[in-house]
Design a protein around this ligand. Sequence first.
Ligand SMILES: Nc1ncnc2c1ncn2[C@@H]1O[C@H](COP(=O)(O)OP(=O)(O)OP(=O)(O)O)[C@@H](O)[C@H]1O
Length: 292
Amino acid sequence: MSIIEITGVKKHFTKDIHALKHVDLSVEQGEMIALIGPSGSGKSTLMRHISGLTLADKHSDSSIKVLGNTIQQKGKLDSNIRTSRAQIGNVFQQFNLVSRLSVLTNVMIGGLSRIPTYRSLLGWFTAEEKHMALEALERVGLKNVALQRASELSGGQQQRVAIARALMQKAKVILADEPIASLDPESSRIVMQLLKDINEKDGITVVVTLHQVDYAQKYCQRAVALQNGEVFFDQKIQHLDEEQLAALYGVQQGPSPISDFETKDSNNTGLTELQHSRNKLKTTEENHAMHH
Ligand SMILES: Nc1ncnc2c1ncn2[C@@H]1O[C@H](COP(=O)(O)OP(=O)(O)OP(=O)(O)O)[C@@H](O)[C@H]1O
């Protein structure tokens, strides 16, 4: 069964910014897919469409379904979006956690869709919920920091807490948008290995956007490459060769997207800042989508 079914998605942010030209993509149960492509090719935009945080162009014949439930159709969010979103775990590059809350509470928040609102607002989590959250933290190797504030953790640890939260949420799909973009190589490996582990052992489908192709090659089975808002490549990762990579990223790209596993990609800081400013731009539309 297709876990994610995307057909005919087009997205203009403005008349001139045509972020997605026409995207069709089908993701099967249990896959771990790397979404790659040059900066600005539309990876984050596509991920946000899958969560229903960004809406496709109106009047286009587009549709996005996750686990058979419609997320959006013809640029309109489905009325049942809350239920559908409950099955999608999100791991973002930043802004993952509520920094003033404990790690444990951040994980328990993952179960919120199943907890009555009044109880979650009052912070009444049951012993069973605490137990589940501690188990999820143990799974990501962070049970020992459960009572610390989220803000005290390193970037890599925060990503692992976000993964624990998705486990608590019992998400069937995890969308990880640049989860290792600002991490050092060792933390990047831990986070990627964890995603691979829950993909293989729990059968959770994972879609992860990556800048470094070597991480995609090491941890993912299939690569979907976007270029200028279109799918440029969609095959098993081992079929991605040097020639295609050169055509995808262009020879004038500057530093190679293939990073050295031992050295931090010097490009990262710039991209993070770019991302940061773009994230601010996205807020209005996102808020709009979140509240519908
Ligand atoms: N909210 C927005 N408003 C206007 N333009 C946007 C917005 N979000 C993205 N864009 C534009 O859409 C295009 C695709 O951006 P997107 O962030 O999806 O690319 P990306 O492949 O994720 O890039 P990166 O690897 O740098 O994160 C870019 O031209 C970008 O500037």
